[in-house]
Design a protein around this ligand. Structure first.
Ligand code: NAD
Length: 360
């Protein structure tokens, strides 16, 4: 059955990098009989300009109907003074909540060819391949009560509530174990169970859910130690699963181990495996329109889409091999360029990946 992909390029470099990812999807359709159809729609600032809203109803309807969503990036200086509800980022948040995307998968992969780009020693990070699974819709970011109150003595006090239900922990746990089954079958659950009751429950539920996945080994780690281990010996991890706040911090830390923001894809999944796929970087207004942005994070997001939503793991691997091939050929966009390699633009990089896909 033909699968429908909603293509939402967004703003800034979003349109440039998504165009290259679409080339890759088009090549899979034509050369490898991938049964897909793609439909484009506006989101973010571009949608505001055309429809006075960052997530117009027609875009939301398309995203809901589709089997998967490919997103570029949103945002830019032009829209920074709009009221918060109309800012481009609200388009993204609206998509996440309307589609029920509670599981955020962020791989941190360091291609050996780019080891010099990391701030850590090459032997610590070369070949790094970890997956951070972050719960996206709960925790202290959404817990109530929240606010700032005035105490009897006139002093102000800020407060937020860390809260997780068993069902929420269980579903993110299942998402992490399912991801581990496609990888090295190890899950490290990150919590602060020595201090926070909420994460004590987290640990208990993870341990229970693990019994349904006997092929996967579960370990637990306190978040402070996890942060330390990520920079000390990151290759010890396969899948890390954690709550919204810890995941927010640890996934950025893990991303930076690789030193190349233009290389990192992400997936946000619902309970049925439908997902939104996007690079982790933003719309990069400083380089937008110059044709120099790195499209590989977006192309690798397509690989994640094939693996997690379209059930085409062989084609996903094919894309990853093609990306490896172009790096082996020495092709580099500006963000990953080092002397001795060949600097190319966005479109040239996309074309090279398509060529490599065909030659594998
Ligand atoms: P950014 O990720 O857009 O850019 C940070 C730096 O990385 C810039 O120097 C940029 O040129 C560079 N960069 C990013 N992606 C690149 C790529 N593919 N190739 C080469 N270089 C790349 O972050 P920012 O500058 O903090 O934010 C810019 C805008 O993007 C803001 O409006 C912000 O709100 C928005 N934003 C959107 C998302 C999203 O859509 N998911 C995420 C983060 C930021």
């Amino acid at each position: 059955m033909t699968k429908k992909i909603a293509v939402l390029p967004g703003d800034g470099i979003g349109t440039e990098i998504v165009a290259e990812a679409v080339k890759v999807l088009e090549s899979l359709r034509q050369d490898f009989s991938l049964a897909i159809e793609m439909e484009h729609a506006l989101v973010g600032g571009a949608a505001y300009d055309a429809h006075q809203h960052p997530l117009p109803p027609q875009t939301l309807a398309l995203a809901k109907q589709a089997d998967a969503v490919l997103l570029g990036a949103v945002g830019g200086h032009k829209w920074e003074t709009l009221e918060i509800a109309l800012r481009p980022e609200k388009g993204l948040l609206g998509l996440r909540s309307e589609l029920g995307l509670f599981s955020n998968l962020r791989p941190a992969i360091l291609y050996p060819q780019l080891a010099a780009a990391s701030s850590l020693k090459p032997e610590i990070v070369s070949g790094l391949d970890i997956m951070i699974v972050r719960e996206l819709t709960g925790d202290i970011y959404f817990g109530k009560p929240r606010g700032v109150r005035v105490l009897d003595n006139g002093e102000r006090e800020g407060f937020n509530t860390m809260v997780y239900r068993e069902s929420e922990i269980e579903r993110i746990g299942r998402s992490a174990f399912a991801a581990a089954l496609r990888r090295d079958r190890r899950v490290c659950s990150v919590d602060k169970a020595n201090v926070l009751e909420c994460t004590e429950l987290w640990r208990e539920v993870m341990t229970r859910v693990a019994k349904d996945y006997p092929q996967v080994t579960l370990s637990h780690m306190y978040v402070d130690n996890a942060a330390m281990q990520l920079v000390r010996a990151p290759k010890q991890f396969d899948v890390m699963v954690t709550g919204n706040m810890f995941g927010d911090i640890l996934s950025d830390c893990a991303a930076m181990l690789t030193g190349s923001i233009g290389m990192l894809p992400s997936a946000s999944l619902d309970a049925n495996g439908k997902g939104m796929y996007e690079p982790i970087h933003g719309s990069a207004p400083d380089i937008a329109g110059k044709g120099i942005a790195n499209p590989l994070a977006t192309i690798l997001s397509v690989a994640m889409m094939l693996r997690y939503s379209l059930d085409e793991p062989a084609l996903a691997t094919r894309i990853e091999i093609a990306v490896n091939t172009v790096l082996d050929q020495g092709l580099r966009t500006g963000d990953i360029y080092t002397p001795g390699t060949k600097k190319v633009g966005t479109a040239q990089m996309g074309d090279a990946v398509v060529q490599a896909l065909r030659n594998i």
